[in-house]
Design a protein around this ligand. Structure first.
Ligand SMILES: Nc1nc2c(ncn2[C@@H]2O[C@H](COP(=O)(O)OP(=O)(O)OP(=O)(O)O)[C@@H](O)[C@H]2O)c(=O)[nH]1
Ligand SMILES: [Mg+2]
Length: 180
């Protein structure tokens, strides 16, 4: 009996792999973020066609992260990655004011999708090193994040080039595991 309980707890807290999808428009910095998580390094990227997948381990928590190409023609196939997703990481290019409306549309389309109804959402306000970029607060207001009641969400400003802010985002994700 104790053994069974222990095994259950073990699988809950240690072994389980948590599926994450990294989405956002092309050029937002998704692939740069994935490889910062993996190697603490900036890699040279080219636009992602299809996806990259890597396992990221944070304090005994295993995340299987799918970085999906964000070009317009690829967005209609994001939904093929949705099943069993526990976290959505939405990466926003904080200097790209013109396309924030498109990001907003994509965000609410995802939140309405049946396969993502249990998913938590981490929004990275990336490229905070760019002069004149939008702050996380501005992005939050524009995306009306405070209206989201049926999904846990968190917004974090970051710079994928230096890695600033990325750990705080991951910490929010680990803090959500087991809260349900
Ligand atoms: N200044 C600045 N540039 C960044 C930052 N993060 C990423 N970039 C640059 O933005 C460009 C696009 O980055 P990617 O990671 O390839 O973007 P992506 O979201 O994967 O794009 P797709 O694969 O086309 O969807 C690259 O030139 C990166 O070096 C950042 O925080 N600051
Ligand atoms: Mg990419």
């Amino acid at each position: 009996m104790m053994g069974l309980i222990f095994a259950k707890l073990w699988s809950l807290f240690c072994n389980q792999e948590h599926k994450v999808i990294i989405v956002g428009l092309d050029n937002a910095g998704k692939t740069t973020i994935l490889y910062q998580f993996l190697m603490n390094e900036v890699v040279h990227t080219s636009p992602t066609i299809g996806s990259n997948v890597e396992e990221i381990v944070v304090k005994n928590t295993h995340f299987l992260m799918w970085d999906i190409g964000g070009q317009e023609s690829l967005r209609s196939s994001w939904n093929t990655y949705y099943s069993n997703t526990e976290f959505i990481i939405l990466v926003v290019d904080s200097i790209d004011r013109e396309r924030l409306a498109i990001t907003k549309e994509e965000l609410y389309r995802m939140l309405a999708h049946e396969d993502l109804r249990k998913a938590g959402v981490l929004i990275f306000a990336n490229k905070q090193d760019m002069k004149g970029c939008m702050t996380a607060a501005e992005i939050s207001k524009y995306l009306t994040l405070s209206s989201i009641k049926d999904h846990p969400w968190h917004i974090q400003s970051c710079c994928a080039l230096t890695g600033e802010g990325l750990c705080q985002g991951l910490e929010w994700m680990t803090s959500r595991i087991g809260v349900r």
